[in-house]
Design a protein around this ligand. Structure first.
Ligand code: DGL
Length: 274
């Protein structure tokens, strides 16, 4: 067995500030069912989205160093904030790496017909302007409107995600009406937590608006990246998800079960990231 073959058996490392990166895990499990996934959710230090660039950089490096202890062949920063606030190209240079921003921007630029794209994200993500810059690089005349939705993350982390949840719906209406009024036909859910509110967001935006989930797009990109580098796991075994969190295992298990649709009990471990 040569080195490349061994490396292809390694896991894909995914990190986020909390439960939101599960949007990437769900898509990875769907399109790459025999890959092992090592996930780190920094639940003790969430939110990243209201922190300074320096702190986000420090946390991202610590998350990456943690994943590196587990024999991984690729890293996905499944966090919209990390992907837009810092220059992710500089974070990892020895194994394949992606954030969620570029895969999402490419998908949005392909999806829009009227050239009007909305972006929602954390305060740090919207303030960075990174999505708008990347969109205009690919499609210069696009109209881009951004809106920070800071209450979405606590809603998701506390499980307020059902289509019928009245609190989540009121908050979503408040945030989304101004973007809807601009006539966008494509909306980037620029924070990996937001797809967990997809049903409510879709109800408000209407069926003619395409919703882009950066986590899903990053998983598709990872598939292509591993394929290109001959690093896909070609064994017939079913891949295993192992989750690490820096705070409550129980809370994560509850949210993860609701989102992934299966029990993750026994596969979630608490770690001290410091
Ligand atoms: N994971 C973050 C993101 O995708 C949202 C939560 C946070 O603020 O840390 O932007």
């Amino acid at each position: 067995m040569n080195d490349m073959e061994k490396m292809s058996d390694f896991a894909i490392g995914v990190f986020d500030s909390g439960v939101g990166g599960l949007t990437t895990v769900k898509e990875l499990n769907r399109i790459l069912p025999n890959e092992d996934i090592i996930y780190f959710g920094d639940t003790a230090r969430i939110p990243y989205g209201s922190r300074s660039k320096e702190t986000i950089l420090k946390y991202a490096n610590e998350d990456i160093n943690f994943l590196r202890q587990h024999g991984i062949k690729m890293i996905i920063a499944a966090c919209g904030t990390v992907s837009s606030v810092i220059n992710t190209k500089k974070l990892v240079d020895d194994i394949p790496f992606t954030g969620v921003l570029l895969p999402a921007v490419q998908a949005a630029c392909s999806a829009t017909v009227n050239g009007k794209i909305g972006v929602i994200g954390t305060q740090a993500t919207i303030k960075s302007g990174s999505y708008g810059r990347a969109i205009k690089t690919i499609r210069p005349n696009t109209f881009v409107v951004g809106k920070a939705c800071p209450l979405f993350v606590p809603l998701v982390e506390n499980g307020y995600t059902d289509r019928g949840n009245k609190v989540a719906r009121i908050v979503a209406e408040e945030y989304l009406e101004p973007i809807k009024n601009e006539g966008v036909d494509t909306l980037i859910l620029g924070c990996t937590h937001y797809p967990l509110l997809k049903d409510i967001i879709a109800d408000i935006m209407g069926e003619e608006v395409t919703l882009i989930s950066p986590g899903e797009e990053a998983a598709k990109f990872a598939n292509l990246c591993l394929l290109e580098q001959n690093l896909l796991n070609t064994s017939n075994k079913i891949g295993k998800n192992t989750f690490y969190v820096s705070d409550s295992v129980e809370m994560f298990e509850e949210n993860a079960k609701q989102f992934l649709g299966h029990d993750v009990h026994g596969n979630v471990f608490k770690v001290d990231i410091n």
